[in-house]
Design a protein around this ligand. Sequence first.
Ligand code: GAL
Length: 661
Amino acid sequence: MRLGVCYYPEHWPESMWEDDARRMKALGIDQVRIAEFAWSRIEPTPGEYDWGWLDRAIDVLGAAGLKVVMCTPTATPPKWLIDRHPDILPIGADGRPRAFGSRRHYDFSSPSYFAASQRICTAVAERYGKHPAVAYWQTDNEFGCHHTVVSYSPAAVGRFREWLKARYHTIDALNRAWGTVFWSMEYRSFDEIDAPVATVTEAHPSHRLDYRRFASDEVARYNRMQVEIIRAHSPGRPVAHNFMQLFTEFDHYKVAADLDIATWDSYPLGALEEQWFAPEVKARWLRSGHPDFASFNHDVYRGMSKLPFWVMEQQPGPVNWALWNPAPLPGMVRLWSWEAFAHGAGCVSYFRWRQAPFAQEQMHAGLNTPDNRLDVGGTEAAQVAGEIHAVLAANGDANASIRSKVALVYDYEAKWLFEIHPQGADFHYPRFAFEYYSALRALGLDVDIVPADAPLDGYSMIVVPPLPVVPAGFAQRLADSGAQIVLGPRTGSKTGDLQIPANLPPGALAAVLPLRVWRVESMRPNVTETVRLADSAEANGDDGFARHWRDFIDSDAADSLDVRARFADGHPAYVRSGAFHYFASLFDDSLTVRLFERIAREAGLVTMSLGDSVRVSRRGALTYVFNYGDHAHTLSGVAGEAFVIGSHTVEPQGVAVYRTR
Ligand code: GAL
């Protein structure tokens, strides 16, 4: 458990660096990330490197006892490089190149950019790979930020054709897999296939899905190139990338597979503003962030990181990039930091040391104000640093790994598929995955977030948000896990080629769950359907309601299917067969929590009723409690527990940590 900070020596006079480094160290910071946007200073003119300033900056940091997280600067190709190789610029869906003048203006498929990146990464890795102060690496910065995963350039289309050849081998196989006989879309060779863009109406969904898969693989290929260069020149130093919050435009599992550390950038207030949450939800958590949002991301990235995951950038105060940018409540920077550690983080690194008074992010806070005084976030970071010592001293295994009994299956292709073929305009996969997660967290359960091909044994409960394409063997692995299994609607509803399975949904899952989805319907946001439980105690027959979607279920093996809830029109809303529980819709939050609670108890899990503002996590021998609400929360059943931080009364924005009995 340690703290870090993002620092831009190139933004400040060299005369400030030593004092900055000294104050960082005094604040309790251990590591400093640098140089991810510094290409124009490292190589001001083609082939002429200016290492002097960066050498000195690293030396100053190292001399202060700080470890450096060195970055490759490829998120910001300099102007001269773009002018030499305009094909570096990605091409938008409108067919126009995106312009120089901000960042991430590159195409993952551009051969000139690939070569230029190899060159600059090699130069940086050669120079600093064995520097004693350089302890870690970061590749690039936030792959995909600003909608940059997909490009429609000629280079991308050329590589897409190669990708298709490798996947389908023959054009006949592709025609069959996609079903191009529909609307006379048949191809005679791979070279006839373009990007699925600018069509008169909806482009072919299988074509679109493959283009997304291809673009995702391009990100992984580009990252792998950088990792290999770094490893060759900097053996033994872990390589990280900083992923984004709830970002789904490429398959993060595939990119993380090449890294040592998956890290992510946590901006709880900006995220709340930008995500799907209803206006009243945004107002409610305006200055704290949604109580499950950062946690969800922690658990996503913990699951794919070989070493303990990190928060590479932690929001320190107001950001600049959301529609509205509120200030965190006092205490929130501390709470967010502890929450990351509670979920298994090895490091929380604040973005950024000092607010720069110029350029795009001049309104974005840092730990220090532009006039170099400690801001609220800086004070709270210092508090966390002190508390880390207390926690480590009190408990030898504070750095222990997390052992959850609940797994939530999380998938990137599901997002793309439902976006390409939504059938209901608001069928937003990340939202549904998050809502299931949130319901589990309201029950006090620790959750591992895993890919569909992860080993599933050892879990007591496995929750699968709508997963249209189930991988080979998934049904059997679920059955063999011995866990209680919850499947969301539309699970197993498509083949890998984006077709309806021959036996109808849930496709291959029908082998373990004898049902057939013979019809579906989507529902407008202002429409709900009543749900009644088979053992309802409600006089009015209204146990909750269904939203967004309905699967219409029947079964050839009706005996082995237990209808646990029905919609008002009598169709099954929740059916069960042995350990498998299938939800035919997305239920309201309260009903979801109640159903998960019953299923968790059947799985032998102990649940809590935390409501929406208190959250509990366990790591090693410690239990962590966080209060996002407006009122103090009194912990019950903790008499005699040894508190390391706080006490049994957890104030609003408060944190308590105690030894679990
Ligand atoms: C991140 C990015 C940083 C900075 C920050 C501002 O997305 O990695 O460079 O822009 O957001 O919140």
